[in-house]
Write a protein that binds this ligand. Structure first.
Ligand SMILES: [Fe+2]
Length: 373
């Protein structure tokens, strides 16, 4: 699995020049060379030094500590050049492969029980593959193959009966924020079988959705004005003709694909226009766990905004470090569920919780609507 993650990283970055890897195109994203050395540094911290081994490069921790430097300032840091970052990642991986057979997987160290720290390092790299793919999309650089989400075939709604279900995970590789698993009671509700398509979202644009105050929260209305938003981030609207920018290409908008690159505010306004609402986070997970067979692209197409703020489940305990989840708890962030077409299946489990600011739309985010019975 470590090798699988590394192959994805290498394939994604392979078409890029050293200059493209070193540059910071948008202050929303890190230079790709920062991501690469940060992946290596994280792996070194958790798999090499935790085992009491000597550091591969002890002087780099500050530079590649995500909580020490906001993304916006990472372009000004004295980071490793791409070739040196690649070499660092290779050196760390060599040390890890040597150590793997001696990791204490017997339960004597909770960090390594059932391979937890290895799973964390694998998922961390795969999550950065997605972050780096966002960087490529924003900068208009070549993307991966396939380079977009699968199309949508179905419509209509699925009925989710009322009653209890288990929210959260007991998977040994699940993150702290997915635990502890616990019973939650919900009334019945309806959820759309499929994510909202570009065609459906275009109908909202054409109906004047972006200019209708009634559809937006006050925060969303203010965001729309500041951002001058009239359509999703990558769209180019010319009368009734729609194109979009996808990585390094401009192409006609594929009408049967799920809409992508919408903010929480846009998702909320669309749902209101459609006479529906966004699902809460427990509703989303219950739908997948109980009527998942009726849902199309529950995972692996686009992240789906929920109406829930990011918070710890009852009995939450930060593990193995507070900076993964706990420091983000509170009203500022909204939860997204389901994983996108870029998210690796190792990460896109139905209990996985992603979170972001409500104005963000460089992410591969879309919409699945719900409504009360
Ligand atoms: Fe990271």
């Amino acid at each position: 699995m470590l090798e699988h993650a590394r192959t994805r990283t290498e394939r994604l970055l392979e078409p890029l020049s050293e200059d493209q890897l070193a540059a910071q195109d948008s202050r929303l994203q890190s230079p790709l060379a920062w991501d690469l050395a940060h992946i290596a540094n994280f792996e070194e911290l958790w798999l090499v030094r935790q085992q009491g081994r000597a550091a591969v490069a002890a002087d780099r921790d500050g530079l590649y500590d995500a909580s020490a430097h906001a993304r916006s300032e990472r372009g000004e840091l004295p980071i490793l050049a791409p070739a040196a970052a690649r070499a660092y990642a290779g050196d760390v991986r060599e040390a890890v492969l040597e150590l793997l057979p001696s990791l204490p997987l017997d339960g004597s160290d909770p960090l390594f029980e059932r391979g937890f720290a290895v799973g964390m390092v694998v998922q961390h790299e795969l999550q950065h593959v997605e972050t780096m793919t966002q960087t490529l999309a924003l900068a208009g650089l070549p993307g991966p193959s396939p380079y977009g989400p699968p199309r949508v075939d179905s419509g209509g709604e699925a009925a989710v009966p009322g009653g209890t279900f288990t929210l959260g995970s007991t998977d040994p590789w699940a993150y702290d924020n997915e635990r502890p698993a616990h019973e939650v009671d919900l009334p019945s509700f309806q959820i759309d079988r499929a994510p909202v398509t570009n065609a459906e979202y275009a109908a909202f644009v054409e109906a004047g959705g972006y200019g209708d105050r009634e559809l937006w929260s006050s925060e969303g209305w203010a965001w729309r004005a500041v951002e001058d938003a009239v359509a999703p981030l990558t769209w180019q609207v010319d009368g009734s003709s729609y194109a979009h920018r996808r990585f390094d290409r401009i192409e006609p908008l594929p009408l049967d694909e799920p809409v992508q690159h919408v903010s929480f505010h846009e998702a909320e306004a669309y749902a209101r226009w459609a006479g529906k609402r966004l699902p809460t986070e427990p509703e989303w997970e219950k739908a997948v766990k109980t009527v998942g067979g009726e849902l199309e692209h529950a995972t692996g197409a686009v992240w789906q905004w929920t109406s829930s703020a990011f918070d710890g489940y009852p009995g939450f305990r930060a593990f193995p470090y507070a900076e993964y989840s706990e420091v983000f708890f509170g009203d500022a962030y909204r939860v997204l569920r389901g994983g996108s077409w870029v998210t690796d299946p190792l990460v896109a489990r139905p209990t996985f919780r992603n979170w972001d600011l409500p104005q963000r739309r460089q992410i591969f985010s879309g919409i699945r609507c719900a409504r009360d019975d």
